[in-house]
Design a protein around this ligand. Structure first.
Ligand SMILES: O=P(O)(O)OC[C@H]1O[C@H](O[C@H]2O[C@H](CO)[C@@H](O)[C@H](O)[C@H]2O)[C@H](O)[C@@H](O)[C@@H]1O
Length: 278
């Protein structure tokens, strides 16, 4: 077991214990992951953020062994499925047996090709009308309409971080006026329904599956709630940081830190190999 722990780069005692529990009892394990920045590399155009080419097959292999594989994402769930098949790829996320996608920070659920979700929150139309005015002052800013939430991206601006800071107050004011929640992320401010986050969504999924252990991988601020759920929940949990220079807040809270989506896929591949060797 010691060799396994070394291979996985676990740096905390609780992470070691949780990973040992997962390896000893895979039928009780849930493998959970964020999408953008964790399974798919960060790119300038959100519509072009396809999954790492090896991720679907690796997740499909794991899904045959564990209690469940779940993607917990800020994306609309169906869009994660679309971007979850790399261009020209033969295997996509839709081929992962029993996969569930909890989209839009947990308000949507994709399963067996069907999406279930509540109606869009009141206030969204007002945000939809107001955001172009806010974005107009920042050439290169991009509005992403996700149906139940809107995102204002600054990655295309000449000074993405400066634009993000300048937009923070007006976006917070708009959120307060419309009863929405501001979700800050990687060069993005999202206005989304309140009352749900990735931690709540993941905890509910773990309870539903009767999970006895969990591994969750994430890269961004919105994943911190899932890290908390992993560490404070009733079953042993491993939090994996998909590391980047852009976001450092997750590193100190992670049991394992890997280098971006390629590192996450490598870790999941090593996990699948260790389970197959048992
Ligand atoms: O919860 P996630 O799966 O991490 O999704 C969070 C948001 O990710 C997307 O935006 C981010 O990725 C883009 C593509 O690489 C990048 O251009 C952008 O700067 C990032 O913030 C997505 O567009 C959002 O809808 C997600 O909520």
């Amino acid at each position: 077991m010691g060799a396994d722990m070394e291979r996985f780069g676990v740096r905390t005692a609780t992470g070691r214990a949780a990973l040992e529990a997962l390896l000893a009892d895979p039928a009780g394990a849930v493998i959970a992951s964020d999408f953008d920045g964790t399974l798919s590399p960060i790119v300038a155009d959100p519509a072009a953020a396809y999954i790492h080419p090896d991720a679907p097959a690796v997740l499909a292999g794991l899904a045959r062994t564990v209690a469940g594989v779940v993607i917990v994402t800020g994306r609309p769930a169906a869009q994660a499925i679309e971007l979850g098949r790399p261009p020209g790829g033969e295997v996509g996320l839709a081929d992962v047996p029993g996969l569930v996608v909890l989209g839009q920070y947990g308000v949507e659920r994709w399963e067996d090709g069907q999406v279930t979700a509540p109606p869009p929150p009141p206030g969204l139309d007002r945000v939809r009308a107001a955001l172009p005015g806010l974005a107009a002052g920042f050439p290169g800013a991009r509005i992403e309409d996700k149906g139940r939430a809107l995102a204002l991206h600054t990655r295309g601006c000449a000074d993405p971080q400066g634009a993000l800071q300048a937009l923070a107050d007006p976006v917070a004011k708009l959120a307060a006026e419309t009863g929405l929640h501001v979700e800050p992320g990687r060069m993005v401010l999202e206005l989304r329904p309140p009352g749900m986050d990735k931690g709540v969504a993941l905890s509910a999924f773990l309870a539903e599956r009767g999970a006895r252990s969990v591994l969750f991988a994430g890269d961004d601020l919105g994943d911190l709630a899932a890290f908390d759920a992993v560490h404070r929940g009733p079953v042993p949990g491993v939090a994996v940081c998909s590391g980047s220079a852009e976001v450092t807040a997750l590193r100190d809270k992670a049991d394992i830190v890997v280098d971006g989506p390629a590192g996450v896929v490598g870790l999941l591949r090593a996990l699948a190999a260790a389970l197959a060797a048992r």
